[in-house]
Design a protein around this ligand. Structure first.
Ligand SMILES: Cc1ncc(COP(=O)(O)O)c(C=O)c1O
Length: 470
């Protein structure tokens, strides 16, 4: 394949600089590839606590915990020591063919004790995406094992995010992750997004809207035939789809439908797990009764990659029953139960307990949510939403009636950049600015975050007016 017009390197990227070498060699995930060639990267150089410095020495308050993951903040010596010690003692061992290692055993035990449902076994992976791929495979394997091979479809939600691999990318309900990748695969369906603000009919209450979402789900199940639908997957709060907090009665109504048709609830706690919502798990914040659960990200505070899938004993029993005729349970990764990742994750969870981090996150979350709502009347702000230390501020062209900006206006992206200029890292999901600071953030730092966001928002407002976008 030849590229007819090679993309020109931006002449401001000094030849041989790290930035120029990045542009030359690195294929960046979730990046506008053509723009990146001219703009080049912002290179992170070091980080400590809730602050990060780029290669020009500029300091930022980390308002996104990396990619929703650095719960304990950056640069902890104790976690570095645990990793180094484990590397020296046993740098690798697999869990295949019945081998095991102490950190994985202890971590599995700890996770089972923490989650708010009766988990029987823990399967380890390295990312949220592979955890959700594993979820699908386990549910298919389970339904085959218990003699209902036709019950295989999985329902996800529009605007849900569950990863990017072939199955988890299909579960993701955002068109950008499907377009031109030939996704979703067959057997994965997407039901309504539970966002009252953007989806409700005029005058529809959150309760009525939640009932309509549950009715949509039931209609889909009946249309597909309940005997063919195996599971429903949900993040308690939808993260990458725009920090969408469903109405209070939503999950009770959804779970009633799932129960009626014997459909499992896969709880994707990859963002919400480990204190993010001010509760240990999002399931507790929303009274969800999971059948299985995926965790990653804050499981290790991103010091090392690790994920886990938790399943009930009944599923394990059905798998084990098939051992005689199938032989090995033939699923697993080279790095399932990597002892260094597991040791770091275990210590990470212990530190969270020692710091009473979930209570701290709840307290800081109240301040963050209250202070962000001070922007609710700002002419650019349509909705402020969130729970705990997870929040979204949606920018609109006009508040009443709600009128979004055209995607091509790039208002959210401008605002994220303006916040960066002000020394705050946030992420724009379309025109929603997402906030997800490390859970260790203190009160002064929450106020600092708000001040910096205020500056970014004002700069955006000035730009929007100058461009005559409102
Ligand atoms: C809820 C949720 N599930 C799954 C994933 C995928 O995780 P990973 O990027 O580690 O594959 C993400 C990533 O942001 C996520 O937010």
């Amino acid at each position: 394949m030849t590229l007819e017009t090679p993309l020109p390197l931006h002449n401001e990227l000094a030849a041989g600089s790290l930035a120029a070498r990045d542009v030359e060699h690195v294929l960046h995930p979730s990046t506008h590839l053509k723009n990146h060639v001219s703009s080049g990267p912002t290179i992170s150089a070091r980080a400590e606590g809730v602050y990060l410095w780029d290669s020009n020495g500029k300091q930022y308050l980390e308002g996104m915990a990396g990619l929703w993951c650095t719960a304990l903040g950056y640069g902890r010596e104790d976690l570095a020591d645990v990793a180094a010690e484990q590397m020296r003692k046993l740098s690798y061992s697999q869990l295949f063919a019945g081998r095991s290692n102490e950190p994985s055993i202890l971590l599995a035990e700890k996770l089972k004790a923490m989650v708010p449902f009766d988990a029987g076994k823990v399967f380890f992976g390295v990312s949220g995406s592979d955890a959700n791929d594993t979820q699908l495979k386990l549910i298919w394997y389970y339904n085959n094992a218990i003699g209902r091979p036709q019950k295989k479809k999985v329902i996800s939600r529009i605007r849900g995010y569950h990863g990017v691999t072939v199955a988890s990318g299909s579960l993701t309900g955002l068109p950008a992750f499907h377009n031109e990748f030939d996704l979703p695969i067959n057997g994965i369906l997407h039901t309504s997004s539970p966002h009252h603000y953007s989806e409700a009919h005029p005058g529809e209450t959150p309760e009525d809207f939640a009932s309509r979402c549950a009715d949509d789900l039931e209609a889909m199940i009946l249309r597909e035939d309940p005997d063919t639908v195996a599971a429903f997957i949900a993040e308690p709060i939808l993260g990458a789809g725009g920090v969408v907090v469903p109405p209070p009665t939503y999950y009770a109504k959804i779970q009633a439908v799932l129960k009626k048709y014997d459909i499992l609830f896969i709880d994707d706690e990859v963002i919400c797990g480990f204190g993010r919502t001010g509760h240990a798990f999002g399931a507790e914040a929303f009274a969800i009764q999971p059948d299985t659960m995926s965790v990653a990200k804050a499981l290790s505070s991103a010091y090392l990659p690790i994920s886990a899938v938790l399943i009930p004993d009944a599923m394990f029993a059905a798998f084990a029953e098939r051992s005689n005729d199938l032989g090995n349970f033939a699923h697993g990764f080279t790095y399932s139960g990597h002892p260094v990742c597991a040791a770091v994750a275990l210590r990470n969870l212990e530190i969270m307990e020692e710091l009473s981090l979930f209570t701290h996150a709840r307290q800081m979350g109240i301040i963050l949510q209250t202070r962000l709502r001070e922007f609710a009347e700002h002419p650019l702000v349509g909705e402020v939403r969130g729970e705990g230390l997870l929040a979204g501020v949606e920018l609109v062209k006009q508040q009443q009636p709600r009128t979004p900006f055209a995607a091509s206006d790039g208002v959210g992206a401008y605002c994220a950049k303006a916040c960066e200029e002000a020394g705050l890292i946030v992420r724009n999901l379309g025109d929603t600015l997402a906030f997800c600071p490390p859970l260790i953030i203190n009160e002064d730092q929450v106020h600092e975050l708000i001040d910096k966001f205020g500056r970014g928002l004002e700069a955006t407002y000035a730009w929007v007016r100058k461009q005559s976008l409102t």
